[in-house]
Design a protein around this ligand. Sequence first.
Ligand SMILES: [Zn+2]
Ligand SMILES: [Zn+2]
Ligand SMILES: [Zn+2]
Ligand SMILES: [Zn+2]
Ligand SMILES: [Zn+2]
Ligand SMILES: [Zn+2]
Length: 432
Amino acid sequence: MSDYLAGQVEAALDLRSWGAAIGGQDDLVALWSQLEPTLYGRPLRGGAVHSWDADHGTIRLEILRVAPGVTVLAADTRIDLVAVREPARLVHRCATCDRAGRAGYGVFHCRACGDAGQPDQVCVDHAVMLDGALTPSCPEHHPRCRDCDTAAVFWCAGVNCRARAAWCARHRARHPQDPDTDYCPGCYRLAFPVCEEQGCSSVGTVTCDWLGPHGKPCGQQACTRHARRWQVFGAERVGLGLCRNHSRIAGRPADELLYQICAGAARTRGVRVPSLPAFGHNLRNCGHRELAVDYRTIRAKLEAVRSRSAAGNGSAALTAALERAAVGWERELQQLRGHAAEGEQLLQRLQRLLLDQDPRWGREIAAGLSLQEYKPARTGGTSGDRAALLWVQLPDELHRYLIGPQGTRIKSYSQQLGAEVKLADRNRRGRR
Ligand SMILES: [Zn+2]
Ligand SMILES: [Zn+2]
Ligand SMILES: [Zn+2]
Ligand SMILES: [Zn+2]
Ligand SMILES: [Zn+2]
Ligand SMILES: [Zn+2]
């Protein structure tokens, strides 16, 4: 192995703890010619380290191998520097350090310097690193607050800024739970909207979906105490949010309600425009009791919503959603027409039962009866089994004669018909 040695000693010069800049081979030769004589007379041993404390730090010489027989370094001992360990900073120089005549290891890059075509490296000491993102810059390009142009201290994590806008300490809003996440005032309001009710500081989790005249949602945000959910898409789906101003929907015109529901469905991902019976249910809850069971009129009103939307009064999404729903509505209408015919037949049978079995009031009740809605029996549906329901209308003063003592008469008629006879009560809101 010793043949391999070009010199008698192989050594590595370690400049990593020495701060001065080495320009090239000449600098190195000059340095070495200063160092080498100080070693003369020193014992040599593989693995030994000699060091010099210099102005800019410490220089080390690591003896790697020593040829047999060489024990002390003399002027004629040939030393091969097989490695010069330079700090990486000699290649990556911090531009800020450079200007101060120092050598600094530029671990980071300043984007703004790079964009300006200038040396963009910056050392750990000079790197400006704001909270919220690992986006370093040099001191000269310290990011400014988006609002007040003072020195920024953090990157906003909010949806508008996405860690690309920096803000100062005065414009910093901290995440309530996560100490590492900060927002600018605008993004904070979006992430944690405060209920718009005066004096309420709860988080406004409900956004009002009521569409204004220009088709833009109201957008008021309120907490669950000061807003309501209009459950128009069934119990399993989140309904439309309504702020206090828009929460009184009972008594509003049916056309407006239908439009709001359709447009809300079209805007909500994963929600379909409701079925005719579901519209009926919603209309009934808003006080439109007659219309609630008049599916043909509901269908016609929905068609009017569609044609107004197609004429530019609504969005393309709304028009498309209504066109998709129309197929289902037609099917429902056909089915409901069948149900209505069945209901009329049952009503006639009920009238005959009354004439036959109630000599005192039967004639009067039969004359006062009209069909409100017939719902066939349902088995195995998601909401369980239900008997057939025959909803009838009757002047209030005759109700008790149809019902009979302890409900005996109406129960008997129901049994004979095979459908539960139900009295639609004009004073009751909604019914099942
Ligand atoms: Zn530096
Ligand atoms: Zn810079
Ligand atoms: Zn600021
Ligand atoms: Zn922001
Ligand atoms: Zn509130
Ligand atoms: Zn509103």
